[in-house]
Design a protein around this ligand. Structure first.
Ligand code: GDP
Ligand code: MG
Length: 431
């Protein structure tokens, strides 16, 4: 998926000017990529529709960098679909977490991971082995519990009835005097009626505050059907997706969330006990998009001034109206863009700064402080800045008078340079 999406986005980014038709092309590529990554057809369709609509609504085509704007919109839609912010684990009484899922999904491992995570939060976790179906599962949990120093409740020897084992576990729990109990239940190769009936009985006894479905990222669309069945029977409260350290991009998460309406609470990113992460929709969206630091770029681009605004700034230079307020706006904008290098040339009025001595990020902050200490009148009419005004500004901004003088001097010089038609066209060419 990553490669496919990157291709699609590269196409968008590579085009200086994009039209409605190549947005449509890119959307086609993205649609294919999502489908191939196990994202459900309906989810994909809705996603593409939402992105296209937002893109049109925001008049993306008129902005300086439509490709990046679209990536940003796509990212935001994904975050929305994945549930916005991180959703906390519900630890309200009776503080019981029921882990459900198919065999091999990672229930036992995740139970131990959760216990370890809770311990780090200063809680007292307790592990309860309820997988009677596979005897080895009990030993597995015992070993993990021992490693973590977490008490583990094992079913009475020879017990085969999950209901009886649950009753025994609840009794054990009472004797423990409080803590967060994690119930590691039995799974099956696939969802069957016996499993669901048993789970329902166990659930009714336990009355969990959380019922977490553990699903293997590699199972793709199958995980969606499974999630839906489990949700119908035991009403899930959250999802955990495991094995996201592998190749799987986690596309099924989107549809699992859609289908159950449950938030994803954790993801498993390895076999080790500490390889559990609280789920962050924005990180997942980035993962799905395979964007990495592109996202930051995209966010910057989203704030990019559109061409019209840039042109009006140019006109203010031509008409010799560019003042300290314009200068301040440009400075603020530059700050949002980040490191100075490479962006000065993009901004009308700032290109000339590039060749001036002593222009760096720290210096710009000082400059901003000085301008902010000017009155609106002083900003629009720099010529009134006499000695006493400059002194007041220096005091207000905490910068030496000599720096205020320098700034006014530089500003005047810049204005002169910019007012020059030849320079102006040179600058426009460099944009
Ligand atoms: P259960 O049958 O649902 O209890 O599944 P287990 O907890 O026994 O896990 C099955 C296998 O998946 C084990 O080999 C685990 O080590 C492995 N596993 C579980 N979670 C993860 C994960 O997040 N990443 C990786 N790479 N392996 C995992
Ligand atoms: Mg298990």
């Amino acid at each position: 998926l990553q490669e496919k999406l990157e291709d699609a986005f590269r196409k968008l980014r590579g085009t200086a000017k994009i039209s409605e038709s190549n947005i449509a092309d890119a959307m086609k590529d993205i649609r294919m990529a999502l489908l191939e990554a196990d994202v459900d057809f309906t989810v994909t369709k809705d996603l593409i529709k939402a992105v296209t609509e937002t893109a049109q609504g925001e008049d993306v085509l008129r902005t300086v960098n439509p490709g990046q704007m679209i990536v940003k919109i796509f990212h935001d839609e994904l975050v929305k679909l994945l549930g916005g912010g991180a959703t906390e684990l519900d630890l309200s009484p009776p503080q019981r977490i029921l882990m459900v899922g198919l065999n091999g999904a990672g229930k036992t491992t995740t139970s131990a991971k959760l216990a370890s995570w809770l311990k780090k939060q200063g809680k007292r976790p307790l592990l309860i082995a309820l997988d009677l179906y596979r005897p080895a599962a009990i030993t597995q949990l015992q070993v993990l519990g021992q490693q973590l120093g977490v008490p583990v409740c094992v079913p009475p020897a020879g017990e085969t009835d999950p209901v009886k084992a649950t009753r025994a576990a609840l009794k054990w729990l009472d004797e423990q005097g409080g803590g967060v109990a994690i119930f590691d239940t039995a799974g099956r190769q696939e969802v069957d009626d016996e499993l669901l009936t048993q789970l329902k009985q166990v659930r009714d006894l336990v009355q969990p505050s959380e019922t977490l479905l553990v699903a293997d990222a590699a199972t793709g669309q199958q995980a969606v059907a499974v999630a839906s069945k489990f949700n119908e029977t035991v009403t899930l409260s959250g999802l955990v997706m495991t094995k996201l350290d592998g190749d799987a991009r986690g596309g099924a998460l989107l549809s699992m969330r859609q289908v159950t309406g449950c938030p994803v609470k954790f993801i498993g990113v390895g076999e080790k006990v500490e390889q559990l992460e609280v789920f962050h929709p924005d990180r997942m969206a980035q993962r799905i998009l395979g964007m990495g630091d592109i996202v930051t770029l995209v966010e910057k681009a989203a704030e990019e001034i559109d061409e019209k605004q840039a042109m009006s700034m140019m006109r203010r230079f031509e008409e010799n109206k560019f003042d300290f307020t314009d200068f301040l706006n440009q400075l603020k904008f530059m700050k949002r863009l980040g490191p100075l290098e490479g962006i000065l040339g993009m901004l009308p009025g700032m290109g000339a700064l590039k060749n001036m001595p002593g222009v760096d990020d720290k210096r710009l902050k000082h400059t901003e402080a000085i301008i902010l200490s000017m009155t609106p009148k002083e900003r629009s009419k720099p010529e009134i800045l006499n000695g006493s005004r400059r002194k007041r500004i220096a005091n207000g901004s905490g910068r030496p008078v000599v720096e205020v003088n320098q700034l006014v001097q530089q500003f005047e010089m810049m204005k002169k340079l910019m007012g020059n038609k030849g320079m102006l066209s040179q600058l426009a060419g460099g944009m």
